[in-house]
Design a protein around this ligand. Sequence first.
Ligand SMILES: *[C@@H]1O[C@H](CO)[C@@H](O)[C@H](O)[C@H]1NC(C)=O
Ligand SMILES: *[C@@H]1O[C@H](CO)[C@@H](O)[C@H](O)[C@H]1NC(C)=O
Ligand SMILES: *[C@@H]1O[C@H](CO)[C@@H](O)[C@H](O)[C@H]1NC(C)=O
Ligand SMILES: *[C@@H]1O[C@H](CO)[C@@H](O)[C@H](O)[C@H]1NC(C)=O
Ligand SMILES: *[C@@H]1O[C@H](CO)[C@@H](O)[C@H](O)[C@H]1NC(C)=O
Ligand SMILES: *[C@@H]1O[C@H](CO)[C@@H](O)[C@H](O)[C@H]1NC(C)=O
Ligand SMILES: *[C@@H]1O[C@H](CO)[C@@H](O)[C@H](O)[C@H]1NC(C)=O
Length: 358
Amino acid sequence: MRPILSISSLLLATTLVSADDASYDVNAVCTCDQMMRYYGTSNNGLWGGSWWQSAILMASLADISSLDSSYNGTYFDTYSNTYSNAPSFNSYTGFLDDFYDDEGWWGNAWLTVYDLTKNPDYLNLAISIYNDISGGVNTPCGGLYWEKNGGYIASIANELYIALAASLANRVSSDQKQGYLDAATTGWDWFFNIGVVGDDWLVVDGVDNNTCQPTGNKYSYNQGVILTAAVELATATGNSTYLDLAGNIANATTATNGTFADENGVLKDCANDSCDIQGAMFKGPLFRGLRQLQLASPHDNWKDFITTNAKSLWNNALNVTNSECNTGSAFMGPMTGVNEVTQGSALDCLVAAWAVTS
Ligand SMILES: *[C@@H]1O[C@H](CO)[C@@H](O)[C@H](O)[C@H]1NC(C)=O
Ligand SMILES: *[C@@H]1O[C@H](CO)[C@@H](O)[C@H](O)[C@H]1NC(C)=O
Ligand SMILES: *[C@@H]1O[C@H](CO)[C@@H](O)[C@H](O)[C@H]1NC(C)=O
Ligand SMILES: *[C@@H]1O[C@H](CO)[C@@H](O)[C@H](O)[C@H]1NC(C)=O
Ligand SMILES: *[C@@H]1O[C@H](CO)[C@@H](O)[C@H](O)[C@H]1NC(C)=O
Ligand SMILES: *[C@@H]1O[C@H](CO)[C@@H](O)[C@H](O)[C@H]1NC(C)=O
Ligand SMILES: *[C@@H]1O[C@H](CO)[C@@H](O)[C@H](O)[C@H]1NC(C)=O
């Protein structure tokens, strides 16, 4: 598919300079148009050569399209094109591979596309991905391995599985809900009991499969996907405890001059050009989770963090060339390392700012 220029982006030239509550929409549209220029360039149905990140970028497109019904039509063919063509760039079957987190990204992304389109093919695809993932639950430490052939137990694979199970519980018919809900609550309880969520409400990377002890660094995507899971679980159960726990995680993540935010409240991810095309994606799911939490359970801490980052990105990490909005990997700037993934992470931040201020 050839990306086409949206009507909105043709109107941008005069409005791009500002970054405030009145311009997140045009900034997001310009950032998304630029993200779409990577679509199908190396692999038909994917953005650039990226596999798991393309799932997130597809969900980001669906998210902005759900906010703007006139933009919704601009790239609407993307979902069916990805559905049909992306699997041929995977040496496995469909959207499955050897990594449970890759599968989780795709499963969750197809549900986001289902929310926009209400096309049951996308719901059924998400269910088939879920069925493959759920077959892997129950390592000797509980939970889900990162890779299908065992070894390390990654937090991200488990968070995505919990979010997918809870999201399915909210979307399948009522007679099918309970199995997904049981899987989600069991997964959630395991996740909190195994110790990956510290007393500081920061999530470590995973669990050592030999010792069953939490281990590893702290990454922004692990702070974000668990928020999505919490919002879906709160919806499915009516139990607001999930939102309270998510609020503690969001507070810890957004704390100024903390582990994740610098002294100006800007996310430190990718500072000093430190990210590759994997790490540059991590912040997208954080802004997605914060947006969902803010809409379900508003708090100025999170709203201010979202808008502060959207403004910093626009003021410090943007290069507009020929009306194309190139967004860099570090939101405090300078603009470096632009690719499809940096466009997608910036889009998640701008969409979050748009959604929580409109
Ligand atoms: C997006 O467009 C599709 C196709 O026209 C339509 O079915 C769907 O309802 C639209 N969604 C929104 C949120 O505008
Ligand atoms: C943990 O994973 C490693 C690497 O895959 C494997 O060699 C080891 O047998 C595993 N240990 C357990 C207890 O499953
Ligand atoms: C709500 O969820 C929390 C966290 O899982 C749990 O401890 C609590 O028992 C639940 N409350 C009810 C009324 O089910
Ligand atoms: C988050 O921090 C604010 C203070 O900044 C506090 O009022 C709130 O109770 C904290 N926790 C949650 C879950 O919102
Ligand atoms: C940020 O935190 C460090 C300690 O982690 C402290 O030394 C420094 O003064 C703080 N900076 C600001 C601006 O609060
Ligand atoms: C980036 O580099 C500067 C200069 O070396 C340093 O002061 C700063 O702490 C670094 N930022 C991060 C988040 O690592
Ligand atoms: C902005 O992008 C253009 C085109 O890629 C490039 O020539 C220029 O050097 C960039 N400017 C900055 C400040 O990065």
